[in-house]
Write a protein that binds this ligand. Structure first.
Ligand code: COA
Length: 255
């Protein structure tokens, strides 16, 4: 005679057994933000992002000139408009900044840039720009170094992995370019940015005294270990996998 399974007698609906099963990890949807090289058409967005991310910076960066230089690379992080934003249309976005967090970001402060933004696409007004640019990173390739001249995103889009995505894309570009190290300057008080750079292996190697004109603050000089080394690549790839596990895989193009 067939023996009854004692577990089935105790737990005929399988509810207890289900409690001990490892839950399947939820698949992470693809990252809605993608990184691509900046073009002339992005200049107004880049100026707006720079103003928001670096309110005291003067003079502003001349992106129109910068994006065309041969020894620079500017990348932007952008996402598609949401259905809600598309339904609101450019007029609503122009008047109140739009939905999904845009209201706060493009509100009263940005009425003028937002208006200009909508006038730039193909020279037509009352058009939605093709995508919403949330952040940018700029690199200068000088000798064997890739120097980060700017990295920042809109205040309303912080802590969504976008700054890190931009740094990943910048490092990938520098590796592909054959640079030996990546370097940058950062305010001593900018703990947020310093934490991001430490995460990607940057070390603090020096100080430029009173580097920032607005408050005479010192700049900390940070540099990576050799980015072509196996050791660095291993660390970098691990961080990228973790970022993708958290925020989804992203489309990153440097050219
Ligand atoms: C620096 C900046 C680009 C970070 O962008 P972000 O999109 O908010 O950052 P992310 O969400 O990608 O976070 C990446 C890492 O940055 C660090 N970080 C970001 N926000 C932080 C915070 N509020 N406190 C501490 N660390 C923070 C952490 O190391 C974080 O990794 P974790 O999520 O594993 O902790 C953004 O804050 C910014 O634009 N700041 C103004 C401009 C600026 O200072 N640029 C740097 C000039 S050198």
């Amino acid at each position: 005679m067939e023996q009854a399974n004692p577990m089935e007698l105790l737990d005929p609906d399988g509810k207890l057994a289900a409690l001990f099963e490892e839950p399947e990890p939820e698949p992470v949807p693809p990252n809605v933000h993608r990184v691509r090289p900046a073009s002339i058409g992005d200049v107004l967005d880049m100026e707006e992002v720079e103003r928001l991310a670096f309110p005291t910076l003067f003079p502003p960066t001349r992106f129109r000139r910068e994006v065309d230089k041969s020894n620079t690379l500017y990348l932007v992080a952008a996402r598609d408009w949401t259905d809600e934003e598309l339904a609101l249309g450019p007029d609503a976005l122009r008047s109140n900044g739009g939905g999904n967090g845009l209201v706060g970001q493009l509100g009263s402060l940005l009425k003028l840039p937002a208006r200009l933004l909508f006038q730039t696409v193909g020279g037509r007004s009352r058009q939605m720009p093709p995508s919403y640019v949330v952040g940018l990173v700029g690199l200068w390739f000088v000798m064997d170094e890739a120097h980060v001249v700017i990295i920042g995103n809109r205040p309303g889009d912080r802590r969504k992995g976008i700054g890190e995505l931009l740094l990943i894309a910048a490092l990938e570009s520098a590796i592909a370019h054959g640079s030996r190290v990546m370097t940058l300057e950062v305010r001593g008080s900018n703990e947020v940015a310093r934490a991001l750079y430490h995460k990607y292996g940057f070390r603090e190697v020096g100080v430029r005294k009173r580097y920032y004109a607005d408050n005479n603050e010192d700049a900390v000089i940070m540099t990576t270990p050799p980015i072509q080394s196996d050791e660095y690549r291993e660390h970098f790839e691990k961080q990228v996998r973790e970022h993708e596990g958290r925020w989804g895989t992203s489309d990153r193009r440097a050219s």
